[in-house]
Design a protein around this ligand. Structure first.
Ligand code: ZN
Length: 583
C-alpha cells in the first residue's frame, strides 16, 4: 500500500521486542535478546494443490529473496519476480491474459529527467535564461490527479509567446484563466506562515484552471537556489492513450520575471503584459532497466454461461527495491522503541535513553547473531504475501475437482508502490471486457498481524476496506463466508470509515477497479508493523499459520462470488473514473 497509514498508538505488550520498549533502561549485555524470526533461508519444496503453510513459505522465500532485489518495478529484480510467476502459471496450466498471448502486460513506465538542452529566451533581452539558475521546469509530482496528485509535468515550446502578470497565487482577484489563454502567465508564489514564499504551493493551489495558458511561471521559490530535487530523474507513468490533464509549470527567479516585465513586480498590476518568450523546454524519457509489467492469468470457469464473467483476484508484485545499507537488526531494535509502524512513522530522533537502549539491545542481538549489512527492501509482507497467496489460490483452483463457475482473473500489478500505475493501466486496458468483471478481491500485506505485531484489533483481526462501498451484497457475502469458517476473523473496519484520514480506500490497487463501478473488497492482515517498507520486511518474520488461514478464507470468498447465480448487485453510486477519490 502507498505509505502513511497512520492510526491510534500501538500497544506492544507481548513480544520480547515489546519488553525492550517498555522495560526501564537496564544493561542487556548479559541477556541476549533473541529477535523473533525463523530461518533466514528456506529449502523450497514442491508445492501441493492444497493451500498450505509450507507452500506459502516456499513461495514467499523465493519472491522475497535478496536475489529479487526488492522487486522494484522497471528493474531486473522486478522482472525476475515476474519470471517466477510466469513459470509457475505455465506449470499450473493457467491461460495467459497479458499482451500478445503472454502472461505479461507492459505498462508505460519510463525514467523522466529534465532535458538539459532546453532553451528559454526573453525576446529583446540579450543572453538566454539559464536552466537550473534562472528557471526550472516542475515535473509531475506524486500521484495521479484523481488520487490527489497535481497535474504538472508539461513542456513548453514556442516563439514570441506573449506574457501576462497573474498576481500572487491565492490572491483575491487573480487573473481570469481566459486572459491567460495561449500566454505565459507569471505568478508570485503565495507567502507561507513564516512570511517566506511558499514553494510547495502546488500542494495547495491547483493551477489547473490555467491549463490553456502556454505555461505558468511562478516566482519566489528558487531565488535562494534551485533544490537538487528538480534535477533528479524520476519515474514517469505516461499513458498516451489516456492523457491526463497536464499543465506546464516553471519556477523562475524574481530577477528573471523583472527582466520580462522590465520593472519591479510589486509595481505591476494583474493583467500587465511583458516581453514575449521563445524556447523549447521539456523532459527526456529513458527506458527503465527492464520493462515494467503486470502479470495476468485466467482460470476459465466451469459453467458455460457464467465463465464469460470474471472474479478478479489482485495483489502487487512490486516493492521498493534497494536503498541505503543499514545494520539489519538495528532497524528492528530501533523501530520497536521509536517507530512501531515502520516507514509510516517519521524517522525517529532517539533520546539519550532510547539510544542507550538500542545500543544495549543491539549488543545483545549481535551476541546472538552477527551484524548484517542490509540494503534490500525485500517486501515479504508488502506485498510478497498477497502475491504468493494469489498464486496459491491459482494452484488450488486449477487442481480443484470442481472449478468455480465464473472464470478467475489473476492480476499481479506492477508499480503499485510508484502510484498504483500497474492497476491503473490494467483497469484502463483490461484484457477481458471490463464490464464482465463482477468483483475484484484485492490483497496487500497479508503476512503479519500475529501476536508478534500486537495488532490493535487482536490476532484474529483482518483489515477490511471497501466491501460495501459499491455493493452491499458483496460486503454481506464477505461476512457470511467468514462466519461459516471454523476459525473466523474479526473484521476490522476502522480504516473503512467515510472521511478516514488514511484515505486507505483510495490508496491501493482495488480503487482502480472501483472507479469503474466494479465492486471491490480489500484485505490486509495487519494495520502496521515495525518492518513496514524497511530492509527488515523479510520472509523470516512472516506469520505463516495466520497467512494460511487468511488464504483459505480468501479462497472461500472468491469461490462464493464465482459461484453466485447472479453477479453481486451494485447498489451504490458509481464514481467518476477520472474524478478525485476521497474516502
Ligand atoms: Zn503494498
Amino acid at each position: 500500500m502507498l505509505t502513511s497509514f497512520a492510526r491510534i498508538s500501538l500497544a506492544i505488550s507481548v513480544s520480547p521486542l515489546a519488553l525492550l520498549a517498555q522495560a526501564e533502561p537496564a544493561p542487556f549485555s548479559d541477556a541476549p535478546v533473541a529477535l523473533p524470526g525463523i530461518a533466514r533461508t528456506h529449502t523450497p519444496l514442491p508445492t501441493s494443490p492444497a493451500i498450505t503453510e509450507e507452500d506459502l513459505k516456499t513461495r514467499l522465500y523465493i519472491v522475497a529473496d535478496d536475489s529479487m532485489e526488492g522487486r522494484e518495478a522497471g528493474t531486473r529484480g522486478g522482472a525476475r519476480a515476474n519470471a517466477y510467476l510466469v513459470r509457475e502459471l505455465t506449470r499450473l496450466g493457467l491461460t495467459p491474459a497479458g499482451d500478445n498471448g503472454t502472461f505479461l502486460q507492459t505498462i508505460p513506465l519510463s525514467i523522466r529527467a529534465p532535458d538539459t538542452t532546453s532553451t528559454l529566451r526573453i525576446d529583446g533581452v540579450a543572453g538566454a535564461a539559464r536552466q537550473f539558475r534562472d528557471w526550472v521546469l516542475v515535473p509531475r509530482i506524486g500521484l495521479q490527479t484523481f488520487l490527489g496528485g497535481q497535474p504538472y509535468g508539461g513542456s513548453f515550446a514556442g516563439t514570441s509567446v506573449p506574457t501576462v502578470f497573474g498576481g500572487r497565487i491565492g490572491a483575491s482577484a487573480p487573473l481570469s484563466p481566459e486572459d491567460a489563454r495561449g500566454r505565459v502567465v507569471v505568478f508570485v508564489a503565495p507567502t507561507g506562515g513564516n512570511g517566506r514564499p511558499a514553494i510547495a504551493f502546488w500542494q495547495r493551489d491547483n493551477l489547473l484552471a490555467y491549463r490553456d495558458a502556454a505555461a505558468v511561471l511562478v516566482v519566489g521559490g528558487i531565488d535562494a537556489g534551485v533544490p537538487a530535487f528538480f534535477r533528479y530523474p524520476r519515474d514517469s507513468y505516461d499513458d498516451r492513450t489516456r492523457p491526463a490533464p497536464t499543465l506546464t509549470v516553471l519556477l523562475g527567479t524574481r530577477a528573471l520575471a523583472e527582466s520580462i516585465f522590465g520593472r519591479p513586480l510589486d509595481a505591476l498590476a494583474v493583467g500587465a503584459s511583458g516581453r514575449s518568450l521563445s524556447g523549447r523546454v521539456g523532459f527526456v524519457d529513458q527506458p527503465t532497466e527492464a520493462p515494467a509489467q503486470n502479470v495476468v492469468a485466467i482460470l476459465p470457469g466451469s459453467d458455460p454461461a457464467l465463465r464469460r464473467e470474471y472474479v478478479a483476484v489482485g495483489s502487487h508484485i512490486d516493492h521498493v527495491g534497494i536503498g541505503a545499507a543499514l545494520d539489519h537488526d538495528s532497524v528492528r531494535v530501533a523501530n520497536v522503541i521509536a517507530r512501531p509502524r515502520g516507514a509510516d512513522d517519521p524517522p525517529p530522533t532517539l533520546t539519550e535513553v532510547q539510544r542507550a537502549r538500542v545500543a544495549a539491545a543491539l549488543d545483545s542481538v549481535h551476541h546472538a547473531r552477527p551484524a548484517r549489512v542490509d540494503s534490500i527492501a525485500n517486501g515479504a509482507d508488502d506485498d510478497g504475501s498477497g502475491a504468493v497467496i494469489a498464486l496459491e489460490l491459482a494452484e488450488s483452483f486449477a487442481n480443484a475437482p470442481a472449478r468455480p463457475k465464473r472464470s478467475l482473473l489473476f492480476v499481479w500489478h506492477t508499480a503499485e508502490e510508484k502510484g498504483l500505475y500497474g492497476a491503473q493501466y490494467y483497469s484502463d486496458h483490461p484484457t477481458v471486457p471490463r464490464d464482465s468483471i463482477v468483483a475484484q478481491v484485492n490483497m496487500d500485506q497479508m503476512g503479519r498481524g500475529g501476536v508478534e505485531d500486537a495488532p490493535p484489533g487482536g490476532p484474529d483481526a483482518l483489515v477490511v476496506i471497501g466491501a460495501r462501498r459499491l455493493s452491499t451484497e458483496l460486503g454481506d457475502l464477505a461476512e457470511s463466508v467468514n462466519a461459516r469458517s471454523t476459525t473466523p476473523f474479526h473484521f476490522d473496519y476502522s480504516f473503512d470509515k467515510d472521511g478516514d484520514p488514511t484515505n486507505a480506500y483510495c490508496r491501493s490497487d482495488h480503487y482502480m477497479y472501483a472507479r469503474f463501478g466494479i465492486p471491490v473488497v480489500f484485505f490486509s492482515a495487519a494495520a502496521w508493523h515495525i518492518d513496514y517498507h524497511m530492509v527488515s520486511d523479510e520472509a523470516q518474520y512472516i506469520d505463516y499459520p495466520r497467512m494460511a488461514r487468511i488464504a483459505t478464507y480468501v479462497a472461500d470468498l472468491t469461490r462464493a462470488i464465482a459461484d453466485l447465480d447472479h453477479r453481486p448487485v451494485v447498489d451504490k453510486p458509481k464514481p467518476d473514473p477520472d474524478g478525485t477519490c476521497r474516502q
